[in-house]
Structure formats: C-alpha cells, structure tokens
Design a protein. Structure first.
Length: 256
C-alpha cells in the first residue's frame, strides 16, 4: 500500500508544480510592461494582456473580437502572406509602426514579433512597446541638429563675407601703399619720415639734399644732425630740433 501511494504523491506534486508554473507564466504575461498579443497567422487576436487593453483603451473582450487590421493603419487587410512567410523564415522580426487607440489617437510603437508552431498550429506572438517618448526625443534632436546646421551655414557664409571684405581691404591698402610709395619716391621735394628715434624713411630727394651718399648714413639721424650749431634765432639746433619734433608729435604736425 505504501508503494502504491508514493508514485501518486509524486504525480500530485508534479502536477501542482506545473500548474503553479503555468499560473506564474500567465500572471507575468498579463502584467508585462509591454503590450502582448497572440495572433493567428492572419492577424486575429487570440490573447491580449492588460497593457494592450490599457494602452489602446479597449476591454479584453473587445480586443479579442478584433485583429491587427483594426489597430494598425498600415495593415488594413491584415497581415499579408509575404510578411507571414518572412517571419516564419527568420523566426522573429522588428518593425516600427503606429497603433490606433479606441478614441482615434495614433501611438508610435516598436513591435517585436515571433513565429511559434505548437501542437501543429502556427501562431505569431508580438511584444509591443510605446515609443512616444523616444520619438519626441528623436524629433527634438533632429530639430536641434537642423538648427545647428542652419547656424553653421549662416556663420560660414558670414565668415566667407568677412574674409572677402578683409581681402578687399588688404588689396585696397596694398594699392594705396604702392601709390604712396610711388609718389613718395618720385617727388622732387625732399621728404623724410621722423620717429622718436630719428629718421625712419626718406626719398631720394632728401638723401641728395642732406648730402648723404648712402641710405644707411641718413637712417636714425635727427634734424639737428643736418643743421648748423645755432639757429637764426640763436637757439641751439639740437634743443630746437627736439622741441619742434615734440611739438609735431603732440599737435599732429609742425612747420619749422
């Protein structure tokens, strides 16, 4: 009698454990964070979980009387045969689409679909995730990217204009310098440019008038170096030259 009882007890324990596992699996699917749909190959729903009902706004009974054609506007005739065959061949697939809610709103979703064959029958199982926030983030990033591209193009265009203006100004300055140099060198009047340290530039007429044989001899000299010791008014030429040059720097010009 004991020998007969032990197999029955083990069988009852195994049956209880299997039932518990099935209930846990059912509970997990019913409460999964993503929407879950079991479908016939043509797209008719055989099972939907709580998230699917809550997301689309239908009761479970309503959804089980519907199919994928009723919620996916991209599949008005249900799942086409070529899509069914592609899923069967690969075993699974991923697609982004939109699902229509009961109140007419459209929700962007990511669908992971798997093909399963059980007890001689074919099924499709889809896990559907609401990607509204992801799409909003993508749209924001695209907007920022586009705005940045516009700013870069505007800045690049402005830089090109600035470079063109600078080159034009540099060309005009070079042309003006060349004209000045031509006038400066060809003048019959003696012209010298004097800085704080003495003569820094002069033309040929100045070189000849001062009686210097080379340019190096005249560079760095001061007006007092070309003058007699005393000026007609009796002032010392060196002091007079310093005074008159300082006055020219201060007032922007001086005739002496």
């Amino acid at each position: 009698m004991t020998l007969d009882y032990l197999p029955q007890e083990h069988a009852m324990k195994d049956s209880s454990k299997t039932k518990e596992t099935l209930l846990l699996t059912q509970f997990t699917l019913d409460n999964a964070p993503d929407a879950v749909y079991w479908m016939e190959p043509d797209g008719r729903f055989l099972y939907v979980n709580e998230t699917a009902c809550r997301t689309l706004g239908y009761t479970r009974e309503e959804l089980l009387s519907m199919g994928v054609r009723d919620i996916d506007p991209s599949l008005p005739d249900g799942v086409p045969p070529e899509m069914v065959e592609a899923t069967k061949k690969s075993g699974s697939g991923r697609v982004e689409t939109e699902h229509r809610t009961k109140d007419g709103r459209f929700i962007p979703v990511e669908v992971m679909v798997s093909f399963i064959e059980y007890d001689g029958k074919e099924y499709h199982c889809s896990f559907v995730r609401d990607i509204t926030e992801r799409k909003r983030t993508e749209e924001y990033l695209h907007k920022v990217h586009d705005e940045l591209e516009v700013r870069v193009k505007e800045r690049t265009s402005k830089l090109i204009e600035e470079i063109a203006e600078r080159k034009s100004a540099e060309g005009a300055l070079k042309e003006a310098e060349e004209k000045f140099r031509t006038i400066f060198e060809s003048s019959s009047d003696a012209i010298s440019i004097i800085g704080e340290s003495g003569v820094i530039d002069f033309n040929n007429a100045a070189l000849q008038m001062m009686g210097y044989s080379s340019r190096e001899g005249l560079l760095g000299t001061n007006p007092s170096d070309w003058s007699p010791p005393l000026q007609p008014d009796g002032r010392d030429s060196t002091e007079a030259a310093k005074y008159e040059v300082a006055k020219a720097f201060k007032e922007g010009g001086n005739l002496f």
